[in-house]
Design a binder for this molecule. Structure first.
Ligand code: SF4
Ligand code: SF4
Length: 239
């Protein structure tokens, strides 16, 4: 019911499914019937994603938000017709920008995986309420978006410290941690959505999860070297 429900992931799904443009219609700003003002949230999400589109070489005009009341059918028709005309001029997604289709697909898939990270990093700005349209352009800058991707964090489990307590694996929302009893845990970087839950969840006495930024993630420990031999167990077995 509310444009505030239009998540970044929905926009990515539309583009990944081959849509050439995405139009979001929201209630007029400051006319929300509730205290939530979800339309401001959607506006911020659109401003953020338009910058990300620029970053990956897509024309940001393929994503548009307009505000109108339910009684303004004429405003809706004009806005949609204008948008459809614009998208037709831009041509098919990616092709219009000269981006290889496979490269585009993998960029969109990568962005979809990173939605939680992108939202957490931009949490504060996504909650803004910009009253003046002149401020829209400055909410997210190209430099910030470049920094976001350049300094992207990764999480890594230090094999020297991991005690295979399984806490991180149980809490990981993406099932990205390769886990088994008495096996040093390993993060599957392809599945990790960089939410940081494992970093927070690993007991401080172990402190095994490292947050890495701006440097490569060490390669995962080979499977045959992951078994932990407990000292107590060794003694127990001998006696
Ligand atoms: S950051 Fe940790 S908890 Fe979050 S998805 Fe990656 S491995 Fe899982
Ligand atoms: S919570 Fe920490 S010690 Fe426990 S399995 Fe995960 S990384 Fe290893």
């Amino acid at each position: 019911m509310c444009s505030g429900r239009v998540d970044l992931r929905f926009v990515l799904k539309a583009f990944s499914s081959g849509m050439d443009g995405v139009f979001i219609g929201g209630c007029r700003l400051n006319e929300c019937n509730y205290t939530t003002h979800g339309n401001y949230h959607t506006l911020n999400m659109v401003l953020l994603f338009r910058r990300i589109m620029e970053h990956i070489g897509l024309n940001p005009e393929r994503l548009k938000i307009e505000f109108m009341s339910g009684a303004e059918a004429n405003v809706f028709v004009e806005a949609v017709n204008g948008f459809v005309k614009k998208v037709r001029e831009l041509g098919p997604l990616g092709q219009g920008e000269g981006i290889n289709q496979n490269a585009l697909r993998s960029k969109l898939a990568e962005l979809t995986r990173l939605v939680p990270y992108i939202k957490v990093v931009n949490q504060e700005k996504l909650a803004s309420r910009l009253e003046n349209p002149d401020e829209y352009d400055g909410l997210f800058t190209s430099e910030e978006i470049e920094k976001l991707f350049r300094e992207m964090v990764s999480y890594y489990i230090d094999p020297e410290k991991c005690q295979a307590c399984m806490t991180c694996a149980r809490r990981c929302p993406a099932e990205a941690i390769i886990s088994a009893k008495n096996q040093i845990h390993v993060i599957d970087q392809e599945k990790c959505i960089k939410c940081g839950t494992c970093f927070e969840a690993c007991p401080p006495k172990f402190g095994s999860v490292r947050k890495i930024s701006g440097e490569p993630v060490p390669p995962p420990l080979p499977e045959e070297k992951r078994t932990i031999v407990r000292k107590g167990k060794e003694k127990g077995e001998k006696s």
